[in-house]
Design a protein around this ligand. Structure first.
Ligand code: NAP
Length: 285
């Protein structure tokens, strides 16, 4: 069985690559040079050459703030390219695992969001990711879509690594305390993807995945501080006090019941996973 992993140098793609050695499949890993989602005319011909049986699509335009002024790039990578990939997978009996985001929601919910919750993105990135989801479901109803949130890893650029770097230089940091969700250690998500692939049955549809727990970015930063014994003071602020180009949902906690029940996936608590990631980063330092 041949598995194509796109966006293989991103956070999730790198974690999938790291785990891939444990599995007896033939993997092809592509970066944005080898399979460029902006080259819409060549996507299907590239897939014809690779001929995967499964695609794990980890590639995306993920720059949430820049997307507000780069609508064309965000839409081409997160939507129009996915449209073609989903079409190709349907035409070629290939399974597709596509990754989406909690930013398809507007943040007004007061309860954890199930896969059936109403979507209403409030930024360009979320809008283009939702269009990507819809393209998958329309062109290949056999797709598995995994919505995840607040992704971090020892690979790439993310909140955990940014806070660790800032804590080296700063006496205090102001972190937003009124956006609630749960972080996702990309290594845990990569593991969940392999559980799905190794499952006897392929059960298509949308699934949520993040680590367990309900926290704010402020609480997340406090956990990073505790686990590293940093002396930096973490101040709680409101979203209004930290202006960003793109709006973010105030509440985007994902309900994981469906993925846990369907694939018997165990979801680690956020702090346990954070500890694992920080341990790796400390060993690398
Ligand atoms: N990061 C988050 O907080 C977050 C939260 C929720 C959901 N997600 C979703 O989770 C998935 C994985 O995210 P991530 O954080 O691992 O992303 P990431 O680290 O930003 O990596 C994204 C990858 O996409 C590739 N890419 C960008 N433009 C491309 C293009 N034109 N053609 C082909 N590939 C291109 C990049 O490849 P190169 O490195 O080769 O340029 C990069 O490696 C994405 O679907 C994202 O939307 C992320």
């Amino acid at each position: 069985m041949k598995i194509l992993v796109t966006g293989a140098n991103g956070q999730l793609g790198s974690e999938v690559r790291k785990l891939s050695g444990n599995y007896p499949y033939n993997f092809v890993f592509t970066n944005s040079n080898e399979l460029n989602f902006l080259n819409l005319n060549s996507i299907k011909s590239s897939l014809n050459l690779i001929k995967p049986n499964i695609i794990i699509n980890c590639a995306a335009y993920t720059s949430v703030d820049n997307a507000e002024k780069e609508l064309f790039l965000s839409d081409t990578i997160n939507h129009r390219a996915i449209n073609l990939i989903a079409e190709w997978t349907s035409e070629n009996n290939c399974k597709l695992i596509h990754i989406s985001t909690d930013y398809v929601f507007d943040g007004t919910s007061k309860i954890p969001l199930t896969e059936l919750a109403t979507t209403k993105p409030i930024n360009v990135y979320g809008k283009t990711k939702l269009l990507g989801e819809k393209a998958c479901l329309k062109n290949n109803p056999n797709t598995i879509i995994i919505r995840t949130s607040w992704l971090y890893s020892s690979f790439g650029v993310n909140f955990v690594k940014t806070i660790l770097a800032l804590m080296k230089d700063k006496d205090s940091l102001n972190i937003i305390n009124d956006q609630i969700g749960s972080p996702t250690y990309a290594a845990d998500l990569a593991n969940a993807i392999f559980v799905i692939i190794n499952n006897d049955k392929w059960i298509p549809g949308i699934y949520n995945y993040s680590n367990e727990g309900e926290i704010s970015w402020y609480q997340f930063a406090k956990s990073i501080k505790e686990l590293t014994d940093s002396k930096t003071h973490i101040n709680s602020i409101l979203s209004e006090e930290f202006s960003t180009t793109a709006k973010r949902p105030k509440y985007s906690l994902l309900d994981k019941t469906k993925i846990k029940k369907t694939f018997k996936i165990e979801v680690p608590p956020h702090k346990i996973s954070l500890e694992k990631c920080i341990k790796i980063l400390k060993n690398e330092a």
